[in-house]
Design a protein around this ligand. Sequence first.
Ligand SMILES: [Zn+2]
Length: 393
Amino acid sequence: MVNEKRGLPSFFMTGSCAEFYFPPLRRLLEEYILQTKGEEVNLAEDSNARFKAVQENTHVVVSFFDLRTQAYHEKILKLVFGVSDYWYHYEFAKSRGQIHWHQLSWREDRQPHQLLHEAREDGCEEEEYAARLSQWADETFAMTALHPAGNDEEGQPRKDLWPPPEGTAEPISDDRDPLVKMLMQIAATQDAILEDHLLLVNRVGLHSCSDYCLRTPRHPEQGLQPRERICRMEFGSEFHPGKKVHSNPEIVEDHNGAPRLEMPRDHPRVVQHSRYQLQSNGNVPVVSGGSTHATWPLNEDYCRTMLLLHWPSWFDIQEVKGDTQSWIDRFKDFFASDDCPTFVKAQVAKARRYADHPQEPVFEEDEEDDAVEAEEQPDWVDVYAGRTKYMRV
Ligand SMILES: [Zn+2]
């Protein structure tokens, strides 16, 4: 299709590798270590050994990820996302050495360009363009920016199912955490699937600004307080976080001036996503997730994520943290111990340094482009990985 000059790609996509979570990769590494070193390791149970195995056998990880990416193209991208042609290349993240890919994808039906072309032929106003594009994304990918909690009988959002600060939902208890469940554990009933979607959005589908996304504008901007930073992911600014709620789809310009579809939104922080993408990640077990970016002061989400990821060989969450202690307090003990990986210590030190000296930029200027690309992906993508991260329609 590229050579036939049949038009622009339909999507830009990115996929990354959840090397600590793919069960087949674990088994492969166990077998490899057994055959090459004669050592028996249990990578499902021993997280230290898992970390070491991944670090020392990147050639195995990369080969596995390559095969998995090829299978993903054949089995998911073509069938679910209607992609007929694609071009991708692998990159390795500077900070973690982690393999990932970026891709251009063409659909056989040449959407969404075909429908945009027709809208122009029909003499549509921008509103109608947005409506048609939004309908297509909804019907084709179950794409949405609405909170899955839905509305009550009076048509008001069910804020009792939204987490604070916008709503009043109780925190998700550890035994209901959708991130420590595999999809195969979710009953195939409408209610169970809907609840899973709700929990996933509450857990990982709400954008929270942090030092990670907030940037000092290069030029003064109206309406901002002195030194107020703005969110690169278009979720408002430091003191006015979130997007505006609206009931009709809109085409808006992002900070690079590129037009972007904003689907109807009833919650200021829901990340526009495809429900298929969020839920239907087959055999990838969904562990951890949450925030992987340190903030200072420390927050519960980061501490919890780091503890669950790096606490040596835990079976039961009780082993990591008792009921009486907060994740932050538990993390402080862990942080002081030798079990805490050096890079976690470095992340925290960096966040603390930045909080103490906010005038120093966290990233070098020339790192910006790569960093932006790598960072624009939501946290949960690391967990779901090997999948499309990003679909801009
Ligand atoms: Zn943000």
